[in-house]
Design a protein around this ligand. Structure first.
Ligand code: UGA
Length: 433
């Protein structure tokens, strides 16, 4: 066990998952957040996000006495040896990550830290941030370490407890080793690097995965034209160890709070350093094309015009297993349809109210179930791979819908069941039947 308390600053999905998981490994953890209401509800074990297994871990940590929630970074860091920064690093609007919150917090907690303590960046931060933090901090007796997270929303607890690797980077090897030791119980390989490499490993990993997805989505588009099947192609490619079978599911484009932001941020890092990296722009551009292609299919199915057409959207979140709508490909497609005059009714198991127009959301009225969304719809488009969509009674849908086409952008529905119910299926990555 670590010979020191852990402070986690920020209880978003990274901070809360990391804090609860570190506590479950036996460490003493105090999580601090600026939002007093959130802290109060966390103290009662109420987890504000949908994350499989997290509620149980939070409750167990509170009951075990080694997971605590406090208001403010100051209260969290007092007496702590390890200070994990799990703060938002949003897109600053110019592709660069906005680090103002990180630096504000470092300036705030700097004078309060014990000598020998270690600040650890867990949020995704640009190359050079560890050095910048060291400057903001202005203390030679406090080490700064980069320890990026590789958690997927929806499976974050599982990812934390079963990591492929633990990456730790610093100019201070002893501090890096001490941070790596916090994860010893997990038995994962520790990759100790410079801070710059560690910071770049995170961006490189996300951008690479985004590129892999853009690649298979482009193959899917090509397959539709030449009469091939992207799922068969991915299966055939995936047996090659050098390629691997994961992240080759074609869909309506990739999204979420990380891939779009991090791919753009890496492109900007390259640009700022005078290094041409055209693959990154192509990765993002291909993603826009993938979203356009789904909108094209819906327009075609609606007879060539979306003006006034009622469209049912099945799924709104950026993937299944999360309630996160940030940069959701489903909403990107919805936006395209709305701009052409479509009237949108959406059903998503995690969305109970009409989408608020703030955040630039498209106008989607929330339906209580997939059937209500489909009532009178000219076209139904499945956008998020919620497994429950596989159980929909398509015969009942056929009685309710006005049109006879389902665009399945995730290839989730059973083609035979769709045809039996009297619908024409427009699948992803293979020609429509
Ligand atoms: C991603 C990374 O996968 C994590 O490793 C990383 O830690 C995290 O970002 C982060 O930086 O915090 P996440 O945003 O939760 O995790 O989303 P993913 O599960 O990677 O999915 C991203 C998008 O790709 C989703 O829109 C998903 O539907 C899509 N996707 C994924 C596909 O279309 N096909 C696939 O085969 C896999």
């Amino acid at each position: 066990m670590a010979d020191g308390r852990i402070a986690v600053i920020g209880t978003g999905y990274v901070g809360l998952t990391s804090g609860a998981c570190l506590a479950s490994l036996g460490h003493d953890v105090v999580c601090g957040d600026v939002d007093p209401a959130k802290v109060e509800s966390l103290k009662q074990g109420k987890v504000p996000i949908l994350e499989d297994g997290l509620d149980d871990l939070v409750l167990a940590g509170i009951a075990g006495g080694n997971l605590e929630f406090v208001h403010g970074a100051d209260a969290a860091v007092r007496g702590a040896k390890y200070i994990f920064l799990c703060l938002p690093t949003p897109d600053g609007g110019d592709g660069r990550a906005d680090l103002r919150i990180v630096h504000q917090v470092v300036a705030q907690i700097g004078p309060l830290l014990d000598a020998g303590s270690i600040i650890i960046t867990k949020s995704t931060v640009p190359v050079g941030t560890a050095q910048e933090i060291t400057k903001t901090l202005g203390r030679s007796d406090v080490a700064v370490v980069s320890n990026p997270e590789f958690l997927q929303e929806g499976t974050a607890v599982r990812n934390f407890m079963n990591p492929d690797r633990v990456v730790v980077g610093s100019t201070d090897p002893a501090a890096a080793q001490a941070v790596a030791a916090l994860y010893d119980k997990l038995g994962a390989p520790a990759v100790i690097t410079s801070a710059e490499s560690s910071e770049l490993i995170k961006y490189a990993s996300n951008a690479f995965l985004a590129m892999k997805l853009s690649f298979i989505n482009s193959i899917a588009g090509l397959a539709e034209v030449v009469g091939a099947d992207a799922a068969e192609i991915a299966h055939g490619m995936g047996f090659d160890d050098r390629i691997g079978p994961k992240f080759l599911r074609a869909g309506p484009g990739w999204g979420g709070s990380c891939f779009p932001k991090d791919t753009k941020a890496l492109a900007t890092i390259a640009l700022d350093n005078g290094f041409p990296f055209p693959l990154l722009k192509a990765t993002t551009d291909s993603n826009i094309d993938a979203q356009d292609r789904v909108a094209d299919k819906v327009r075609d199915a609606a007879g060539g015009s979306l003006a006034g057409a009622k469209i049912a959207l099945w799924g709104l979140t950026f993937k299944a297993g999360t309630d996160d709508l940030r940069d959701s490909p489903a909403l990107e497609v919805a936006q395209r349809l709305a701009l052409e005059g479509a009237v949108l009714y959406g059903y998503d198991p995690t969305v109970t109210a009409d989408l608020p127009r703030r955040h630039g959301y498209p106008p989607v009225a929330a339906a209580p179930d997939p059937y209500a969304a489909a009532e009178g719809a000219a076209v139904i488009v499945l956008l998020t791979e919620w497994p429950e969509f596989g159980d929909i009674d398509l015969a009942k849908v056929a009685e309710l819908a006005a049109g006879r086409t389902i665009v399945d952008a995730r290839n989730l529905l059973d083609p035979v069941a769709v045809a039996t119910a009297g619908f024409r299926l427009v699948p992803q990555g293979r020609p429509a039947g």
